[in-house]
Design a protein around this ligand. Structure first.
Ligand SMILES: Cc1cc2nc3c(=O)[nH]c(=O)nc-3n(C[C@H](O)[C@H](O)[C@H](O)COP(=O)(O)OP(=O)(O)OC[C@H]3O[C@@H](n4cnc5c(N)ncnc54)[C@H](O)[C@@H]3O)c2cc1C
Length: 453
Protein backbone atom coordinates (compact mmCIF):
# COMPACT_ATOMS: atom_id res chain seq x y z
CA UNK A 1 0.00 0.00 0.00
CA UNK A 2 1.38 3.47 -0.88
CA UNK A 3 0.13 6.95 0.00
CA UNK A 4 0.34 9.70 -2.63
CA UNK A 5 -0.17 13.45 -2.25
CA UNK A 6 -0.89 15.83 -5.19
CA UNK A 7 -3.71 18.19 -6.20
CA UNK A 8 -7.26 16.79 -6.63
CA UNK A 9 -7.47 17.61 -10.36
CA UNK A 10 -9.32 20.52 -11.95
CA UNK A 11 -11.73 22.06 -9.41
CA UNK A 12 -15.07 23.48 -10.58
CA UNK A 13 -17.33 25.65 -8.41
CA UNK A 14 -20.86 27.02 -8.96
CA UNK A 15 -20.57 29.79 -11.54
CA UNK A 16 -17.59 28.28 -13.37
CA UNK A 17 -18.04 27.77 -17.11
CA UNK A 18 -18.13 23.99 -17.11
CA UNK A 19 -19.85 23.56 -13.75
CA UNK A 20 -23.43 23.04 -14.98
CA UNK A 21 -22.39 20.57 -17.65
CA UNK A 22 -20.19 18.61 -15.23
CA UNK A 23 -22.89 18.23 -12.55
CA UNK A 24 -25.46 16.82 -14.98
CA UNK A 25 -26.20 13.10 -14.88
CA UNK A 26 -28.24 10.86 -17.17
CA UNK A 27 -31.54 10.96 -15.27
CA UNK A 28 -33.28 14.33 -15.70
CA UNK A 29 -35.14 13.91 -12.38
CA UNK A 30 -31.78 14.46 -10.62
CA UNK A 31 -30.72 18.11 -10.28
CA UNK A 32 -28.08 18.58 -7.57
CA UNK A 33 -25.43 21.23 -6.98
CA UNK A 34 -22.13 20.06 -5.51
CA UNK A 35 -20.07 22.67 -3.66
CA UNK A 36 -17.00 21.42 -5.57
CA UNK A 37 -16.43 19.16 -8.54
CA UNK A 38 -12.95 17.58 -8.72
CA UNK A 39 -12.29 16.47 -12.29
CA UNK A 40 -9.57 13.87 -11.79
CA UNK A 41 -7.13 12.74 -14.45
CA UNK A 42 -5.06 10.22 -12.49
CA UNK A 43 -5.10 7.89 -9.50
CA UNK A 44 -2.96 10.39 -7.60
CA UNK A 45 -5.57 13.12 -8.18
CA UNK A 46 -8.36 10.80 -7.02
CA UNK A 47 -6.36 10.08 -3.85
CA UNK A 48 -5.93 13.82 -3.27
CA UNK A 49 -9.66 14.38 -3.79
CA UNK A 50 -10.51 11.68 -1.23
CA UNK A 51 -8.19 13.33 1.28
CA UNK A 52 -9.79 16.69 0.58
CA UNK A 53 -13.19 15.16 1.34
CA UNK A 54 -11.95 13.68 4.61
CA UNK A 55 -10.26 16.87 5.79
CA UNK A 56 -13.14 19.17 4.77
CA UNK A 57 -15.99 16.93 5.92
CA UNK A 58 -17.67 17.32 2.51
CA UNK A 59 -20.02 14.53 1.46
CA UNK A 60 -18.55 12.52 -1.45
CA UNK A 61 -20.22 11.50 -4.69
CA UNK A 62 -18.23 9.45 -7.22
CA UNK A 63 -19.05 9.78 -10.91
CA UNK A 64 -18.03 7.26 -13.55
CA UNK A 65 -20.42 7.29 -16.52
CA UNK A 66 -23.12 9.22 -14.61
CA UNK A 67 -25.88 6.65 -15.34
CA UNK A 68 -26.83 5.77 -11.76
CA UNK A 69 -30.60 5.75 -12.16
CA UNK A 70 -31.29 7.28 -8.68
CA UNK A 71 -28.45 9.79 -9.34
CA UNK A 72 -25.89 8.58 -6.81
CA UNK A 73 -23.01 10.13 -8.72
CA UNK A 74 -23.90 13.73 -7.87
CA UNK A 75 -24.48 15.32 -4.45
CA UNK A 76 -26.09 18.45 -3.08
CA UNK A 77 -23.45 20.70 -1.54
CA UNK A 78 -20.65 18.12 -1.26
CA UNK A 79 -17.64 17.07 -3.34
CA UNK A 80 -18.32 15.31 -6.64
CA UNK A 81 -15.28 13.28 -7.66
CA UNK A 82 -15.64 13.20 -11.43
CA UNK A 83 -13.67 10.39 -13.06
CA UNK A 84 -14.89 11.11 -16.58
CA UNK A 85 -11.53 12.55 -17.77
CA UNK A 86 -9.87 9.17 -16.98
CA UNK A 87 -10.31 7.34 -20.28
CA UNK A 88 -7.12 5.31 -20.65
CA UNK A 89 -7.42 1.89 -22.27
CA UNK A 90 -4.55 -0.52 -22.84
CA UNK A 91 -5.28 -3.81 -24.60
CA UNK A 92 -2.79 -6.65 -24.12
CA UNK A 93 -3.74 -8.93 -27.00
CA UNK A 94 -1.24 -11.66 -26.10
CA UNK A 95 -2.45 -12.03 -22.52
CA UNK A 96 -6.13 -11.47 -23.38
CA UNK A 97 -6.48 -8.56 -20.94
CA UNK A 98 -7.57 -4.92 -21.09
CA UNK A 99 -6.65 -2.25 -18.55
CA UNK A 100 -9.44 0.33 -18.40
CA UNK A 101 -9.74 3.64 -16.55
CA UNK A 102 -13.02 4.47 -14.77
CA UNK A 103 -14.17 7.37 -16.97
CA UNK A 104 -14.65 5.12 -20.00
CA UNK A 105 -18.11 4.60 -21.44
CA UNK A 106 -18.89 1.23 -23.02
CA UNK A 107 -18.84 2.77 -26.52
CA UNK A 108 -15.23 3.82 -25.90
CA UNK A 109 -14.22 0.51 -24.31
CA UNK A 110 -15.88 -1.48 -27.13
CA UNK A 111 -14.23 0.62 -29.85
CA UNK A 112 -10.80 0.16 -28.25
CA UNK A 113 -11.09 -3.60 -27.72
CA UNK A 114 -12.83 -4.27 -31.05
CA UNK A 115 -9.91 -2.57 -32.82
CA UNK A 116 -8.14 -5.84 -31.90
CA UNK A 117 -11.17 -8.05 -32.64
CA UNK A 118 -11.81 -8.45 -28.90
CA UNK A 119 -14.60 -7.61 -26.43
CA UNK A 120 -15.69 -7.99 -22.80
CA UNK A 121 -19.30 -8.28 -21.63
CA UNK A 122 -20.83 -4.88 -20.91
CA UNK A 123 -24.37 -3.51 -20.87
CA UNK A 124 -26.69 -2.86 -23.80
CA UNK A 125 -26.55 0.93 -23.99
CA UNK A 126 -23.19 2.20 -25.11
CA UNK A 127 -23.34 5.58 -23.31
CA UNK A 128 -23.41 3.80 -19.91
CA UNK A 129 -20.24 3.87 -17.77
CA UNK A 130 -17.89 0.89 -17.50
CA UNK A 131 -17.27 1.58 -13.78
CA UNK A 132 -20.71 1.60 -12.12
CA UNK A 133 -22.12 -1.09 -14.41
CA UNK A 134 -19.26 -3.50 -13.66
CA UNK A 135 -19.24 -2.90 -9.89
CA UNK A 136 -22.96 -3.76 -9.63
CA UNK A 137 -22.70 -6.89 -11.83
CA UNK A 138 -23.13 -5.91 -15.48
CA UNK A 139 -25.54 -7.81 -17.73
CA UNK A 140 -25.51 -7.57 -21.50
CA UNK A 141 -25.50 -9.30 -24.85
CA UNK A 142 -22.36 -11.33 -24.15
CA UNK A 143 -23.29 -12.50 -20.64
CA UNK A 144 -24.82 -15.86 -21.57
CA UNK A 145 -21.61 -16.69 -23.45
CA UNK A 146 -18.91 -14.98 -21.34
CA UNK A 147 -20.53 -14.06 -17.99
CA UNK A 148 -21.27 -10.75 -16.33
CA UNK A 149 -18.99 -7.73 -16.66
CA UNK A 150 -17.87 -8.35 -13.06
CA UNK A 151 -17.06 -12.00 -13.84
CA UNK A 152 -14.49 -10.73 -16.33
CA UNK A 153 -12.86 -8.37 -13.82
CA UNK A 154 -9.56 -10.01 -12.90
CA UNK A 155 -7.87 -7.18 -10.98
CA UNK A 156 -8.48 -3.61 -9.82
CA UNK A 157 -6.66 -0.61 -8.43
CA UNK A 158 -8.56 1.35 -5.77
CA UNK A 159 -8.23 4.51 -3.76
CA UNK A 160 -9.46 3.67 -0.26
CA UNK A 161 -11.26 5.99 2.18
CA UNK A 162 -7.96 7.03 3.83
CA UNK A 163 -6.52 8.09 0.46
CA UNK A 164 -4.19 5.11 0.14
CA UNK A 165 -3.92 3.17 -3.12
CA UNK A 166 -4.28 -0.59 -3.24
CA UNK A 167 -3.85 -3.14 -6.04
CA UNK A 168 -6.23 -6.10 -5.76
CA UNK A 169 -6.54 -9.44 -7.49
CA UNK A 170 -7.75 -12.88 -6.45
CA UNK A 171 -4.36 -13.85 -5.03
CA UNK A 172 -3.66 -10.69 -2.99
CA UNK A 173 -7.15 -9.57 -1.90
CA UNK A 174 -9.73 -12.30 -2.60
CA UNK A 175 -12.43 -10.94 -0.28
CA UNK A 176 -12.16 -7.44 -1.75
CA UNK A 177 -12.40 -8.89 -5.27
CA UNK A 178 -15.48 -10.86 -4.15
CA UNK A 179 -17.06 -7.55 -3.04
CA UNK A 180 -16.08 -5.63 -6.18
CA UNK A 181 -17.93 -8.22 -8.25
CA UNK A 182 -21.43 -6.93 -7.48
CA UNK A 183 -21.04 -4.94 -4.24
CA UNK A 184 -21.05 -1.55 -6.01
CA UNK A 185 -18.81 1.39 -5.17
CA UNK A 186 -18.82 0.70 -1.43
CA UNK A 187 -15.19 -0.16 -0.77
CA UNK A 188 -13.21 2.57 -2.50
CA UNK A 189 -12.86 4.36 -5.81
CA UNK A 190 -11.69 2.00 -8.54
CA UNK A 191 -9.13 3.80 -10.66
CA UNK A 192 -8.19 0.86 -12.91
CA UNK A 193 -10.16 -2.19 -14.02
CA UNK A 194 -8.33 -5.15 -15.54
CA UNK A 195 -10.75 -7.17 -17.68
CA UNK A 196 -10.50 -10.47 -19.51
CA UNK A 197 -11.20 -9.95 -23.23
CA UNK A 198 -12.59 -12.47 -25.71
CA UNK A 199 -12.23 -12.84 -29.46
CA UNK A 200 -15.45 -11.53 -31.05
CA UNK A 201 -15.96 -11.36 -34.82
CA UNK A 202 -19.08 -9.69 -36.28
CA UNK A 203 -22.23 -11.49 -35.13
CA UNK A 204 -25.54 -12.62 -36.61
CA UNK A 205 -27.92 -10.31 -34.78
CA UNK A 206 -31.06 -8.25 -35.19
CA UNK A 207 -34.59 -7.50 -34.20
CA UNK A 208 -38.15 -8.58 -34.99
CA UNK A 209 -41.23 -6.47 -34.38
CA UNK A 210 -45.00 -7.06 -34.35
CA UNK A 211 -48.07 -4.91 -33.64
CA UNK A 212 -49.31 -4.94 -30.04
CA UNK A 213 -52.23 -7.30 -30.82
CA UNK A 214 -49.65 -10.07 -31.24
CA UNK A 215 -48.18 -9.61 -27.74
CA UNK A 216 -49.47 -12.87 -26.18
CA UNK A 217 -48.49 -15.09 -29.12
CA UNK A 218 -45.06 -13.45 -29.47
CA UNK A 219 -44.28 -13.58 -25.74
CA UNK A 220 -45.35 -17.21 -25.49
CA UNK A 221 -43.08 -18.13 -28.39
CA UNK A 222 -40.27 -15.99 -26.90
CA UNK A 223 -40.46 -17.96 -23.62
CA UNK A 224 -40.51 -21.28 -25.47
CA UNK A 225 -37.39 -20.38 -27.49
CA UNK A 226 -35.64 -18.73 -24.53
CA UNK A 227 -36.11 -21.77 -22.27
CA UNK A 228 -34.50 -24.08 -24.82
CA UNK A 229 -31.88 -21.60 -26.07
CA UNK A 230 -28.22 -22.60 -26.19
CA UNK A 231 -25.89 -20.11 -24.49
CA UNK A 232 -24.86 -18.65 -27.84
CA UNK A 233 -28.36 -17.24 -28.26
CA UNK A 234 -28.89 -14.09 -26.20
CA UNK A 235 -32.34 -12.58 -26.38
CA UNK A 236 -34.63 -9.94 -24.96
CA UNK A 237 -38.33 -9.20 -25.45
CA UNK A 238 -39.49 -5.59 -25.33
CA UNK A 239 -42.94 -4.03 -25.00
CA UNK A 240 -42.81 -0.45 -26.18
CA UNK A 241 -44.17 2.17 -28.56
CA UNK A 242 -42.36 1.96 -31.91
CA UNK A 243 -40.17 4.98 -32.67
CA UNK A 244 -40.74 6.99 -35.89
CA UNK A 245 -37.53 5.48 -37.26
CA UNK A 246 -36.90 4.62 -40.92
CA UNK A 247 -36.71 0.86 -40.18
CA UNK A 248 -40.28 0.87 -38.75
CA UNK A 249 -43.13 0.69 -41.32
CA UNK A 250 -45.21 3.88 -41.22
CA UNK A 251 -48.31 2.02 -39.99
CA UNK A 252 -46.41 0.85 -36.88
CA UNK A 253 -44.63 4.12 -36.06
CA UNK A 254 -45.70 5.58 -32.69
CA UNK A 255 -47.95 2.53 -32.14
CA UNK A 256 -47.61 -0.01 -29.30
CA UNK A 257 -45.55 -2.99 -30.46
CA UNK A 258 -43.79 -6.06 -29.17
CA UNK A 259 -40.19 -6.67 -30.27
CA UNK A 260 -37.61 -9.38 -29.79
CA UNK A 261 -33.91 -8.58 -30.20
CA UNK A 262 -31.34 -11.35 -30.32
CA UNK A 263 -27.70 -12.00 -31.03
CA UNK A 264 -25.95 -15.26 -31.86
CA UNK A 265 -22.39 -15.57 -30.51
CA UNK A 266 -21.61 -18.90 -32.18
CA UNK A 267 -20.53 -19.63 -35.77
CA UNK A 268 -22.44 -17.17 -38.03
CA UNK A 269 -23.86 -19.98 -40.20
CA UNK A 270 -25.60 -21.46 -37.13
CA UNK A 271 -27.33 -18.16 -36.30
CA UNK A 272 -30.25 -18.20 -38.77
CA UNK A 273 -31.59 -21.64 -37.71
CA UNK A 274 -31.26 -20.65 -34.02
CA UNK A 275 -33.27 -17.46 -34.54
CA UNK A 276 -35.82 -18.87 -37.03
CA UNK A 277 -38.32 -20.19 -34.41
CA UNK A 278 -38.75 -16.62 -33.13
CA UNK A 279 -40.35 -15.64 -36.44
CA UNK A 280 -43.76 -16.85 -35.38
CA UNK A 281 -46.20 -15.25 -35.92
CA UNK A 282 -44.79 -13.54 -39.03
CA UNK A 283 -43.04 -10.34 -37.92
CA UNK A 284 -43.78 -6.95 -39.45
CA UNK A 285 -40.09 -5.97 -39.11
CA UNK A 286 -37.20 -8.41 -39.58
CA UNK A 287 -33.72 -6.89 -39.39
CA UNK A 288 -31.24 -9.75 -38.90
CA UNK A 289 -27.79 -9.56 -40.48
CA UNK A 290 -24.10 -9.98 -39.62
CA UNK A 291 -23.06 -6.92 -37.62
CA UNK A 292 -20.00 -5.72 -35.68
CA UNK A 293 -20.46 -5.80 -31.90
CA UNK A 294 -20.10 -1.99 -31.40
CA UNK A 295 -23.04 -1.48 -33.80
CA UNK A 296 -25.17 -3.93 -31.78
CA UNK A 297 -24.18 -2.09 -28.61
CA UNK A 298 -25.62 1.14 -29.98
CA UNK A 299 -28.95 -0.20 -31.30
CA UNK A 300 -31.00 1.25 -28.46
CA UNK A 301 -28.89 4.29 -27.43
CA UNK A 302 -31.25 6.86 -28.94
CA UNK A 303 -34.23 5.47 -27.04
CA UNK A 304 -32.78 6.48 -23.65
CA UNK A 305 -31.16 9.90 -24.14
CA UNK A 306 -29.51 11.95 -21.38
CA UNK A 307 -31.67 14.47 -19.58
CA UNK A 308 -35.09 12.84 -19.98
CA UNK A 309 -36.95 12.01 -16.74
CA UNK A 310 -36.82 8.29 -15.83
CA UNK A 311 -38.00 5.85 -13.19
CA UNK A 312 -36.90 2.20 -13.30
CA UNK A 313 -37.59 -1.00 -11.34
CA UNK A 314 -36.34 -4.51 -11.93
CA UNK A 315 -36.77 -8.03 -10.63
CA UNK A 316 -34.97 -11.35 -11.04
CA UNK A 317 -37.55 -13.85 -12.25
CA UNK A 318 -37.44 -17.59 -11.60
CA UNK A 319 -39.50 -18.36 -14.69
CA UNK A 320 -42.39 -17.17 -16.83
CA UNK A 321 -45.65 -18.79 -17.89
CA UNK A 322 -48.90 -17.98 -19.70
CA UNK A 323 -50.32 -15.94 -16.81
CA UNK A 324 -47.11 -13.89 -16.65
CA UNK A 325 -47.62 -13.13 -20.34
CA UNK A 326 -51.05 -11.77 -19.44
CA UNK A 327 -49.57 -9.50 -16.75
CA UNK A 328 -46.81 -8.26 -19.06
CA UNK A 329 -49.37 -7.45 -21.75
CA UNK A 330 -51.58 -5.66 -19.20
CA UNK A 331 -48.66 -3.51 -18.03
CA UNK A 332 -47.88 -2.57 -21.62
CA UNK A 333 -51.52 -1.67 -22.25
CA UNK A 334 -51.51 0.69 -19.24
CA UNK A 335 -48.28 2.57 -20.03
CA UNK A 336 -48.23 6.08 -18.58
CA UNK A 337 -46.08 7.45 -21.41
CA UNK A 338 -45.19 6.43 -24.98
CA UNK A 339 -41.54 6.42 -23.83
CA UNK A 340 -42.05 3.58 -21.33
CA UNK A 341 -40.66 0.08 -21.86
CA UNK A 342 -41.04 -3.37 -20.32
CA UNK A 343 -38.05 -5.61 -21.01
CA UNK A 344 -37.58 -9.31 -20.34
CA UNK A 345 -34.01 -10.59 -20.77
CA UNK A 346 -33.11 -14.29 -20.74
CA UNK A 347 -30.29 -15.03 -18.26
CA UNK A 348 -28.58 -18.39 -17.59
CA UNK A 349 -25.65 -19.75 -19.56
CA UNK A 350 -22.28 -18.51 -18.25
CA UNK A 351 -24.01 -16.29 -15.65
CA UNK A 352 -25.31 -19.45 -13.93
CA UNK A 353 -21.96 -21.29 -14.18
CA UNK A 354 -20.56 -19.22 -11.31
CA UNK A 355 -21.25 -20.33 -7.74
CA UNK A 356 -23.63 -17.80 -6.04
CA UNK A 357 -21.13 -17.48 -3.15
CA UNK A 358 -18.18 -16.77 -5.44
CA UNK A 359 -19.15 -13.11 -6.04
CA UNK A 360 -21.30 -10.48 -4.33
CA UNK A 361 -23.65 -10.68 -7.33
CA UNK A 362 -26.17 -13.14 -5.94
CA UNK A 363 -28.97 -14.16 -8.31
CA UNK A 364 -27.06 -16.57 -10.54
CA UNK A 365 -30.03 -18.92 -10.85
CA UNK A 366 -32.53 -16.35 -12.14
CA UNK A 367 -34.01 -17.29 -15.51
CA UNK A 368 -34.98 -13.78 -16.58
CA UNK A 369 -34.39 -10.15 -15.68
CA UNK A 370 -37.48 -7.97 -15.76
CA UNK A 371 -36.88 -4.24 -16.30
CA UNK A 372 -39.73 -1.79 -16.08
CA UNK A 373 -38.68 1.65 -17.25
CA UNK A 374 -40.77 4.80 -17.44
CA UNK A 375 -39.51 7.81 -19.39
CA UNK A 376 -41.22 11.18 -19.84
CA UNK A 377 -40.29 14.68 -20.89
CA UNK A 378 -42.94 16.88 -19.28
CA UNK A 379 -45.51 16.97 -16.54
CA UNK A 380 -45.84 15.45 -13.10
CA UNK A 381 -43.71 12.45 -12.16
CA UNK A 382 -46.34 10.68 -10.07
CA UNK A 383 -48.32 8.75 -12.72
CA UNK A 384 -45.10 7.36 -14.22
CA UNK A 385 -43.65 6.29 -10.88
CA UNK A 386 -47.01 4.70 -10.07
CA UNK A 387 -47.13 2.80 -13.40
CA UNK A 388 -43.63 1.44 -12.72
CA UNK A 389 -44.59 0.28 -9.22
CA UNK A 390 -47.89 -1.25 -10.37
CA UNK A 391 -46.25 -3.11 -13.25
CA UNK A 392 -43.55 -4.43 -10.93
CA UNK A 393 -46.20 -5.64 -8.46
CA UNK A 394 -48.02 -7.49 -11.24
CA UNK A 395 -44.93 -9.59 -11.97
CA UNK A 396 -43.71 -10.08 -8.42
CA UNK A 397 -45.26 -13.54 -8.22
CA UNK A 398 -42.50 -14.86 -10.50
CA UNK A 399 -39.67 -13.28 -8.47
CA UNK A 400 -36.57 -15.08 -7.19
CA UNK A 401 -36.68 -12.72 -4.19
CA UNK A 402 -35.06 -9.47 -5.24
CA UNK A 403 -34.10 -6.99 -7.93
CA UNK A 404 -30.91 -5.82 -9.64
CA UNK A 405 -28.80 -3.53 -7.46
CA UNK A 406 -27.91 -1.38 -10.48
CA UNK A 407 -31.59 -0.77 -11.17
CA UNK A 408 -32.86 -0.05 -7.65
CA UNK A 409 -34.93 3.13 -7.51
CA UNK A 410 -34.43 5.79 -4.84
CA UNK A 411 -37.82 5.05 -3.28
CA UNK A 412 -37.37 1.28 -2.87
CA UNK A 413 -35.85 1.37 0.64
CA UNK A 414 -33.35 -0.61 2.70
CA UNK A 415 -35.22 -3.92 2.61
CA UNK A 416 -35.13 -4.00 -1.17
CA UNK A 417 -31.39 -3.33 -1.13
CA UNK A 418 -30.83 -6.21 1.29
CA UNK A 419 -33.10 -8.42 -0.83
CA UNK A 420 -30.97 -7.58 -3.88
CA UNK A 421 -28.14 -9.46 -2.13
CA UNK A 422 -29.88 -11.97 0.12
CA UNK A 423 -29.05 -12.31 3.81
CA UNK A 424 -25.72 -14.19 3.69
CA UNK A 425 -24.19 -11.98 0.99
CA UNK A 426 -25.42 -8.86 2.77
CA UNK A 427 -23.72 -9.89 6.05
CA UNK A 428 -20.48 -10.59 4.21
CA UNK A 429 -20.67 -7.20 2.47
CA UNK A 430 -21.15 -5.47 5.83
CA UNK A 431 -18.01 -7.18 7.19
CA UNK A 432 -16.04 -6.07 4.13
CA UNK A 433 -17.36 -2.52 4.42
CA UNK A 434 -16.30 -2.36 8.08
CA UNK A 435 -12.80 -3.33 7.02
CA UNK A 436 -12.40 -0.99 4.01
CA UNK A 437 -14.68 1.98 4.75
CA UNK A 438 -15.61 1.92 8.46
CA UNK A 439 -16.76 5.56 8.52
CA UNK A 440 -18.92 5.11 5.40
CA UNK A 441 -17.20 7.89 3.45
CA UNK A 442 -18.48 6.23 0.26
CA UNK A 443 -22.19 6.19 1.05
CA UNK A 444 -23.75 7.79 -2.04
CA UNK A 445 -24.29 4.43 -3.73
CA UNK A 446 -26.46 1.38 -3.03
CA UNK A 447 -25.06 1.68 0.43
CA UNK A 448 -23.79 -1.13 2.58
CA UNK A 449 -23.91 0.68 5.91
CA UNK A 450 -21.09 -0.59 8.14
CA UNK A 451 -23.40 -0.13 11.15
CA UNK A 452 -25.94 -2.48 9.59
CA UNK A 453 -26.52 -5.93 11.11
C1 LIG B 1 -29.56 3.93 -20.08
C2 LIG B 1 -29.12 2.86 -19.15
C3 LIG B 1 -28.89 1.57 -19.62
C4 LIG B 1 -28.47 0.57 -18.76
N1 LIG B 1 -28.26 -0.68 -19.26
C5 LIG B 1 -27.75 -1.63 -18.46
C6 LIG B 1 -27.41 -2.92 -18.97
O1 LIG B 1 -27.61 -3.22 -20.14
N2 LIG B 1 -26.87 -3.82 -18.13
C7 LIG B 1 -26.64 -3.53 -16.80
O2 LIG B 1 -26.12 -4.39 -16.10
N3 LIG B 1 -26.96 -2.34 -16.29
C8 LIG B 1 -27.50 -1.39 -17.08
N4 LIG B 1 -27.82 -0.16 -16.57
C9 LIG B 1 -27.63 0.09 -15.15
C10 LIG B 1 -26.19 0.53 -14.93
O3 LIG B 1 -25.42 -0.63 -14.72
C11 LIG B 1 -26.05 1.45 -13.71
O4 LIG B 1 -26.84 2.59 -13.89
C12 LIG B 1 -24.61 1.81 -13.44
O5 LIG B 1 -24.51 2.27 -12.13
C13 LIG B 1 -24.08 2.87 -14.38
O6 LIG B 1 -22.71 3.08 -14.18
P1 LIG B 1 -22.07 4.53 -14.45
O7 LIG B 1 -20.61 4.44 -14.20
O8 LIG B 1 -22.55 5.04 -15.75
O9 LIG B 1 -22.81 5.37 -13.34
P2 LIG B 1 -22.38 6.41 -12.21
O10 LIG B 1 -23.63 7.15 -11.93
O11 LIG B 1 -21.19 7.19 -12.57
O12 LIG B 1 -22.03 5.46 -11.01
C14 LIG B 1 -22.94 4.51 -10.50
C15 LIG B 1 -22.55 4.15 -9.06
O13 LIG B 1 -21.22 3.59 -9.07
C16 LIG B 1 -20.34 4.41 -8.30
N5 LIG B 1 -19.08 4.50 -9.03
C17 LIG B 1 -18.91 4.98 -10.28
N6 LIG B 1 -17.62 4.86 -10.64
C18 LIG B 1 -16.97 4.31 -9.59
C19 LIG B 1 -15.63 3.93 -9.37
N7 LIG B 1 -14.71 4.08 -10.30
N8 LIG B 1 -15.31 3.38 -8.19
C20 LIG B 1 -16.25 3.20 -7.22
N9 LIG B 1 -17.55 3.54 -7.40
C21 LIG B 1 -17.90 4.08 -8.57
C22 LIG B 1 -21.05 5.75 -8.17
O14 LIG B 1 -20.66 6.43 -7.04
C23 LIG B 1 -22.51 5.35 -8.14
O15 LIG B 1 -22.88 4.95 -6.85
C24 LIG B 1 -28.26 0.86 -17.40
C25 LIG B 1 -28.49 2.14 -16.92
C26 LIG B 1 -28.91 3.13 -17.77
C27 LIG B 1 -29.17 4.48 -17.24
Amino acid sequence: MTTISVTPGEILRPGDDDYDRARQVWNGTVDRHPALIARCRSTAEVAAAVKLASSSGLEVAVRGGGHSIPGHSVCEGGLMIDLSPMKGLDVDVDRGLALAEPGLLWAEYDAGTQAHGLASPGGEISHTGVAGLTLGGGIGWLSRRHGLACDNLVAAQLVLADGSVVEADDATAPELMWGLRGGGGNFGIVTQFRFRVHRLPPLYAGMLMWPAEQRPAVLERFIEVAEAAPRDLSLVAALLVAPPAPFVPVELQLRPVVAVAAIWTGAPEDGPPAVAPLRHPDPAVDLFEIQPYPVIQQWFDDGVPHGRRYHVRSEWLAGLDASAVGELSASAAEMSSPLNQVLVRRLGGAIADVDPDATAFRYRDASYMLTIAAGWDDGEDESHVEWTRRSWERLNRWSCGGGYVNHLAADEGRDRLRAAYGQATWRRLVQLKRRYDPTNLFHLNQNVDPAST
